[in-house]
Design a protein around this ligand. Structure first.
Ligand code: ATP
Length: 223
């Protein structure tokens, strides 16, 4: 498979974190910002940076933006700016546009411009939802929603599982959730069915939300 190419427009905290991670993952990425100082900060690690205003259609055309597989619009608070950039990208034929969203209105407009619902990025909202689940559950260490029904969570091992192994517990059959990995002393490992869980293990598991709830109730229950 040919390597995918990405472009990120806007180097606020979000855009910058995204770019740094893409570089770590050895992805090919074009970085765009209208502020030269922002560009300079990432330029050392990258060859592909340009200083331009993304509301300038000719400038975007010139850098060949439509040749990039996925373009992320991570410009800041100025919603009109982001909407105009999105419109231009769609007009220039960029197939996959991702947009960092500021408000419901912003989301509605960019969806109307043809951006997929799944490509709307709500960083603050996602973080808030995640934290709420972690706080309320009292036992989740981390939480990711996979879709409306399924989640991926991290939960601390308790005496219910410590000293026992996957074979003894038959968790998939009994609780309908799957332990995909464990974190032990800050290292991720794939559990073998016969090795027992240890004190301070963290279980990384996937399942339907109702089954996860049942499992965590059992795991943290007294009986
Ligand atoms: P974050 O939470 O990610 O920091 P923010 O809303 O605070 O988001 P800013 O700090 O304003 O975002 O960063 C947005 C970046 O996008 C800035 O570096 C700004 O120069 C850049 N930007 C804004 N508009 C354009 C544009 N039209 N063309 C190119 N870059 C732009």
């Amino acid at each position: 498979m040919a390597k995918q190419s990405f472009a990120v427009i806007g180097l606020g905290r979000f855009g910058r974190a995204l770019v740094e991670e893409l570089i770590k993952l050895e992805a090919e990425v074009l970085v765009i910002d209208k502020d030269y100082e922002k560009i300079e900060k990432v330029a050392k690690a990258l060859t592909n940076t340009v200083c331009l205003d993304s509301t300038d259609v000719e400038a975007l055309r010139e850098v060949g933006i439509s040749n990039y597989d996925k373009v992320v619009v991570a410009t800041g608070m100025d919603v009109d700016n982001s909407i105009l950039t999105t419109l231009i990208l769609k007009d220039l034929g960029v197939k996959e546009v991702f947009v960092k969203i500021q408000s419901e209105y912003h989301a509605k407009v960019v969806e109307k411009l043809g951006v997929d619902h799944e490509h709307l990025i709500w960083p603050e909202r996602s973080t808030g939802i995640r934290l709420a689940k972690v706080l309320v559950s009292n036992s989740f260490l981390d939480y990711f929603e996979l879709d409306d029904d399924y989640s991926f969570i991290t939960i601390k091992a308790t005496k219910k599982v410590i000293g026992k192994n996957l074979l003894d517990l038959d968790i998939r059959k009994n609780y309908n959730v799957t332990i995909v990995a464990i974190r032990r002393e800050n290292k991720i490992m794939i559990p073998s069915s016969k090795s027992p869980f240890e004190n301070d293990d963290e279980l990384l598991l996937v399942g339907r939300n109702d089954y996860i709830k049942k499992f965590s109730k059992w795991l943290n229950g007294r009986k």
